[in-house]
Design a protein around this ligand. Sequence first.
Ligand SMILES: O=C(O)CCC(=O)C(=O)O
Ligand SMILES: [Fe+2]
Length: 513
Amino acid sequence: MMKRGVLCEEEKEAKKQKLLDQIGDGHLPYLSPKDDTFYDLWRTCYSKLTLLQAKHINADLHHTVQNAFLSLLDNGCLFQDLVRLKGKDILTPVSRILIGRPGYTYKYLNTRLFAVPWINDELNTQYCTRNLLDTYKAFSDLNKFLYSQTVNELQKLRKAHKNDCFQHFDYKEQVKSDKRPCTLNNENKELHSLEPFNVTLINYMDPRDMPCLKEEPYFGMGKMAVSWHHDENLVEQSTVAVYNFSYQESAHDINGDDKDPATWNVGLKIAWDIETPGLCIPLNTGDCYLMLDDLNKTHQHCVIAGCQPRFSSTHRVAESSRDTFQYIKSQCNSALQNLHMDPDTGAAALKSLEPRVLGQTEEIHNEVEFEWLRQFWFQGKRYNKCTTFWKEAMTELENHWKQMETMTSLVLKAIENENLTVDEKCNILKNILPCLVERQNLRQEWRESVMKTQKPDERMISGCRSKLAKKLPPDQAPCCYPYWNDDNKSMPLSFDLHSITFALQNRLETLEA
Ligand SMILES: O=C(O)CCC(=O)C(=O)O
Ligand SMILES: [Fe+2]
């Protein structure tokens, strides 16, 4: 069920290793403002990166947003994520929270983050304190501001692009080759998204808590708080806008004296290119930068740690077709349409035994279980500190999921008992078995992931398992939920589906023989 990128992890890793081998012991060149050609390089190879300096932004907005960052920290609403990278479990050095439209989620590194709603007109009671309500709203205000700036900058970009094209366009060439000016071609090509940002991912790190950050490997830019990456799961050609806030003086410098020791930097490079120098842009507190249009696709970025604690708010247009509570709720409702509950006896029955319908129900069953319930509970009880929105949403989804457990058990009974032809039974089995096998495999995977993070018992003493467990506070420790024992009579089927899928496979083979 995990989404696959254009290049798979192994291919990317091999490609990266090849680049590192080419570089050998040395480093590739990169430019920062102290280099004469820094602005030329920025204009020519990084023109879709725009910096908005703090001094051009309204002081009230700075004040509101900066207080909001500090409030998130004071309220314990920033969390390190336990992610799986290149087959290893790691705890991200950066702590995060997602804030955004009610019901939105955002997936990064196979972790689904659940957005704390930034405003909720109907239910103000969904926050622990009044103070937190104002905190989230501050990011909605910042979101509106950054969106208006993005629209302006995209217009400027479009104008500059048109001028460039007309300047370079040679009329004779056009007649000869019967090509049209590139502005005309580009009229259709300019697909950049003007959709407003729907979420912001807030980042926080105090470098003094993270003495073991990795060195930036290609250019020697310094210690990385966030390694090179493209932002994933965004609407194509959508801008990412970032507000930067570092605070408190500190004498501690982790990056040597090569550049201003206090400053955090954003690093940029063209993806898979070792000819063009990298760009390292220092960020002063209150500065914002925009990665416009397709910059996130053509280039990669990283964050080089300064010495102060630092926050950023990264506003994005998350791809949301299958990633909102509204979406998964409607999926559940469509699956449950095939369930009839007798109002008098409370007995459950399936309305249709159409194989396609049964298969779809089992798919939705997996989707709600693995993409929502298990993702949510893997993050412990962290969300309770920030909002009640997701606890209520998960209770609702869990009720739907439990009814789908009943539906699965009813299909299994139908295959045993009903007056169905061999063909009908085969068709049903073919439609549901792949989903049940996937459910069994994914349940085992999730259970193992959670066990790895738990306190070691006598059998598991050493290694990163125990280290990870110690690092996470109890309310953030991953839960394997839902989980139940075979003697739990409220559940129609076992957690472990191994013997059921095994028997069904045999059954199918016998029927087909
Ligand atoms: O903190 C920043 O400036 C950017 C962080 C980032 O790249 C991300 O959250 O994807
Ligand atoms: Fe990023």
